[in-house]
Design a protein around this ligand. Structure first.
Ligand code: SAM
Length: 319
C-alpha cells in the first residue's frame, strides 16, 4: 500500500475558523494512536511497562494521515517532555488516546459478537455501527470483515481529506460518510436517509468528542439516541470536571488544557460522576472505568500518568 502524503495535501491541514480547530485535533489523536499502539516495552508513551507482550492493536492505515504539517501541529499541542507528579514522565499522558481506541475496538468486538464470550445476548448483536465525530478514525477500513454497516458523521472538510487520502491509496472507506453538524441537526434523520435501520441493534462510537461540547448538547445527543433505537449501545470517553477546570493539581494536564485552548479546541465539559448523566438521560451503565485502571488491566502501564485518573471510558444502553 502507498502511504505517501503529498505536499499539496499537507497545505490543507490547518483549518481557519475556530470551530473547525476541533477537527484538526482529529489529526493529532490519529498521530498519538499510531505512535502509541505498540508493545509496552517499546511504546514511547508508556511510563513503566506492564507484562503485556502484544501491541495494543495493529493498524497500517493511521500513518496515511500523518505528514510534516501534522507533525508540526502535534508538536505545538503536546507538552514539552518533563517529569511530572508521582514520578511519571508527562509524555505518558498521551497513552490515553491509544487506550481509548483499544477500549473501543474491544467493545466493538463484543457487540458485533466476534468474541467467544460476548458481553451481550446473541439476539442483540449489532449490525450497524455509527461513528459520531469520526475524524480520521480508520476502524471501518480496518474491520472490513465485521458483518456490520458503518456510518460516519463529521464535518465536510474532514471527509474531503479522508476520502482523498483513501482514494489516493485505492482504499475503499467501508463506511457511509454523512457530512453534518450532529449537534445542530437531527442526525438520526440524516442516518435514516442514508439507509440506517433504527429497528436493528446498533453500536455508537462517540470518541474524543464530549470534552468539546456543552452539557445540553451531550444530553440532546443521548436523548435522540434513546428515542430513536430499539437496541443501542454507546461508548464515549470523558474528562473529570476538575481536569477541565484546571483543578486537578497536575501541571502537565493544565499545560495541555492551555495548549488545546490556545489552538481553539477548548475543553469545555467534564463529569465527576457519569452515573448522574446516565440516569438523567435514562441510560444504564454497562461499563465505566478510568484509563488508569484500563491500562493496568491490559498490563500496559504499571505507573499510569495521573491525568489518566481523570479520564474515563464508559459504555451505556437505554434502560
Ligand atoms: C478530537 S476529534 C476525534 C476524532 C475521532 N473520533 C478520534 O477519536 O480519533 C473530534 C472530531 O469530532 C468532530 N466533531 C466535533 N463536534 C462535531 C459536531 N458537532 N458535528 C460533527 N462533527 C463534530 C470534529 O470535526 C473532529 O473530527
Amino acid at each position: 500500500m502507498q502511504g505517501e502524503v503529498t505536499d499539496t495535501q499537507s497545505k490543507e491541514v490547518k483549518s481557519t475558523d475556530a470551530q473547525s480547530k476541533v477537527s484538526d485535533t482529529g489529526l493529532c489523536t490519529n498521530f498519538w494512536k499510531h505512535h502509541g499502539k505498540g508493545v509496552p516495552s517499546e511504546n514511547p508513551y508508556v511510563n513503566e511497562p506492564g507484562k503485556r507482550e502484544k501491541p495494543l492493536y495493529k493498524n497500517q492505515f493511521m500513518s496515511l494521515f500523518i505528514n510534516e504539517e501534522v507533525i508540526e501541529t502535534v508538536r505545538q499541542m503536546q507538552p514539552e517532555p518533563c517529569m511530572d507528579v508521582e514520578g511519571t514522565n508527562n509524555t505518558s499522558m498521551l497513552l490515553t488516546d491509544p487506550l481509548r481506541h483499544k477500549y473501543i475496538l474491544q467493545t466493538l468486538k463484543d457487540v458485533v459478537g466476534v468474541k467467544k464470550k460476548a458481553l451481550i445476548p446473541k439476539e442483540n448483536r449489532v449490525t450497524q455501527v455509527v461513528i459520531l465525530g469520526s475524524g480520521y478514525d480508520t476502524t471501518p477500513v480496518r474491520k472490513k470483515a465485521y458483518p456490520v454497516k458503518f456510518f460516519e458523521l463529521d464535518r465536510a472538510e474532514v471527509f474531503k481529506r479522508k476520502q482523498r487520502i483513501y482514494d489516493d491509496n485505492n482504499i475503499e472507506p467501508n463506511a457511509i460518510y454523512i457530512p453534518l453538524d450532529y449537534v445542530k441537526n437531527n442526525f438520526i434523520d440524516a442516518l435514516k436517509e442514508q439507509g440506517l435501520d433504527v429497528t436493528q441493534p446498533t453500536y455508537i462510537i462517540w470518541e474524543g468528542n464530549t470534552m468539546y461540547l456543552d452539557k445540553p448538547s451531550v444530553i440532546q445527543v443521548l436523548n435522540r439516541i434513546k428515542e430513536a433505537f430499539l437496541t443501542v449501545y454507546i461508548t464515549f470517553d470523558y474528562f473529570s470536571e476538575s481536569l477541565v477546570n484546571k483543578r486537578s493539581g497536575i501541571p502537565s494536564a493544565d499545560d495541555i488544557t492551555d495548549k488545546f485552548s490556545q489552538a481553539k479546541a477548548q475543553f469545555t465539559n467534564g463529569y465527576d460522576d457519569i452515573s448522574i448523566l446516565a440516569e438523567e438521560c435514562g441510560f444504564r451503565m454497562i461499563d465505566n472505568q478510568t484509563m488508569a485502571v484500563f491500562g493496568k488491566t491490559l498490563q500496559v502501564e504499571e505507573n499510569p500518568h495521573p491525568l489518566s485518573e481523570n479520564y474515563s471510558l464508559c459504555t451505556l444502553t437505554p434502560e
